[in-house]
Design a protein around this ligand. Structure first.
Ligand code: DAH
Length: 335
């Protein structure tokens, strides 16, 4: 009982603060002081209190009633004194907290990748997301009938306009605009006409890399990319290079690292292989140099490309790529 009375007192004291005009004041009076009001209801409950405690509770209730009455009178006097000026600031309210944002997990991953390559002397470049067939495919030595040009993978926007399917066309644009030597990374969005589900999305991010000079060899490629892997994933991690095919590089390789979930034993993440593919790379194909006017007899180079979502997914154990793009703060604030 005592507790109920106390609670009602605090509430009455709080409620009076928000009474702004006579109508609200009358509502307040009815709520608390009327014959069927909340204080009267407590008086009714006195019957169920043990007889020897009744006088004490009766006294407290009477005090509550006078307190509420005086709160009401005080407020009423204010209204009588003149027009009510609605209070725009209530200094008694607790302050609102300021929430500090954080960068998106993809941006954090990209910043880390950039930091490592900039530290090794690479500069940054970018290019348009709306590309033409020549830069996205032709100049990169895709034969005219290559399946990647198929309508299913590429978003065609108009006659000879498409959304780039990878960041490799930026290599072409950089070389078209700069004589060698070139050493740059090129991050950006890429688009593929794929069904959206937990594993694939119609847009994602890549970082492209390109290094061209006299006498650049596959050893340079290995040294640079192994250094990247050690800085990014830790120096004790095992990695391997496996031959593969890209039209724009020869020879080409995919780099794998030991699956950091199972340590190489085989699990669902690495599809029981013990290895995770993290990037594609290779020595720039002479035809690519020819299309940008570099002399393949004088210059050699390596290139590489990696998907940022894939790296972040593996790193943070995220099981649905769509989470990156839904802007749900409950997901984002975990990074
Ligand atoms: N463009 C490739 C892709 O989207 C990735 C890639 C592989 C880029 C090898 C490169 C490279 O520059 O050398 O799958």
């Amino acid at each position: 009982m005592q507790e109920t009375i106390e609670r009602l007192r605090s509430q009455a004291e709080a409620d009076i603060q928000s009474v702004q005009d006579r109508t609200e004041l009358e509502e307040y009076r009815v709520t608390y002081l009327a014959r069927k009001g909340r204080i009267a209801a407590l008086f009714d409950q006195l019957k169920s209190v043990a007889p020897d405690q009744r006088p004490a509770f009766g006294k407290t209730l009477n005090e509550l009633r006078s307190r509420v009455q005086s709160l009401l009178d005080e407020r009423a006097a204010r209204f009588a004194a003149g027009p009510v000026v609605r209070e725009s600031i209530d200094p008694t309210l607790p302050g609102r907290g300021l929430f500090v944002g954080s960068s998106h997990p993809l941006i954090q991953t990209l910043e880390e990748i950039k930091g490592i390559f900039v530290g090794m002397g690479f500069s940054l470049a970018d290019g348009p997301e709306l590309e033409d067939d020549y830069h996205n495919f032709g100049a990169l030595n895709f034969p005219p009938d290559h399946p990647a040009r198929d309508m299913q993978d590429t978003f065609f926007v108009g006659k000879d306009a498409l959304l780039r399917t990878h960041t490799s066309p930026v290599q072409i644009r950089v070389m078209e605009n700069h004589p060698p030597p070139v050493r740059a990374i090129m991050p950006g969005k890429v688009y593929r006409n794929e069904a959206v589900n937990a594993r694939s999305y119609c847009m994602f991010h890549q970082v492209e890399g390109l290094c061209v000079d006299r006498g650049v060899t596959f050893s340079d490629l290995k040294g640079t990319l192994i250094s990247f892997i050690k800085q990014f994933y830790g120096s004790s991690l095992k990695y391997r290079f496996r031959p593969t095919f890209f039209p724009f590089t020869e020879p080409s390789a995919d780099i794998y690292i030991t699956c950091f979930i199972c340590g190489g034993k085989g699990c669902r993440l690495c599809k029981q292989s013990g290895w995770l593919e993290i990037l594609g790379c290779g020595m720039v194909h002479p035809n690519v140099f020819r299309s940008v006017g570099y002399d393949p007899e004088r210059f050699t180079g390596y290139a590489f490309g990696m998907g940022i979502e894939r790296i972040a997914i593996l790193r943070y154990g995220i099981d649905d790529i769509r989470l990156f793009f839904e802007n749900d703060v409950r997901f984002l604030e975990q990074f």
